[in-house]
Design a protein. Structure first.
Length: 160
């Protein structure tokens, strides 16, 4: 995905990822070695032959989907942003503008992916199971209970 961006953009991505993984390595007690931090959070060594060796392979699929979605919108005008991930556990994202090309680079922190994943699990857990019949009939869909499905404290049963 990143090979389609101009060299100055990938240079900014590499530099920002190297800085972030170096800071994380220091916090984890690995010294100033970004590869050690990448290996600790990604459970694999960085691909130093890659254009962006510190890109998290588990997150790149989601970034690729975002990239393909935004390409459809770029056809209507405007520049295409570049996407990358960073190792922080913060539920955050940031945008930098690469000064030579003016390309926006959107960095997604690892914590944002975890937050979205955890939120999706909570939502899935709190809704009643739905069948195809629910989606085919508004009457059946309307008959779903309006109270939460989550268990009550102390094993109390919900009033009927």
């Amino acid at each position: 995905m990143t090979t389609m961006w101009p060299a100055p953009v990938t240079d900014v991505i590499r530099a920002q990822q190297r800085i972030s993984y170096t800071e994380l390595a220091i916090r984890l007690g690995h010294g100033p070695e970004p590869a050690a931090a990448f290996e600790a959070v990604s459970l694999r060594k960085p691909d130093l032959e890659s254009v962006t060796p510190y890109e998290n392979p588990q997150l790149i699929r989601l970034l690729t989907i975002l990239h393909s979605i935004q390409n459809k919108h770029v056809e209507h005008g405007g520049g295409a942003p570049a996407f990358a991930s960073l190792p922080s556990g913060q539920p955050n994202a940031m945008v930098m503008i690469e000064p030579r090309t003016g390309t926006p680079i959107i960095f997604f922190e690892r914590g944002l992916f975890q937050y979205i994943y955890d939120f999706a699990r909570v939502v899935a857990w709190s809704f009643p199971p739905l069948t195809n019949a629910h989606f085919k009939s508004t009457r059946i869909l309307a008959s779903l209970p309006t109270r939460s499905c989550r268990p009550r404290r102390g094993g109390d049963r919900a009033p009927r």
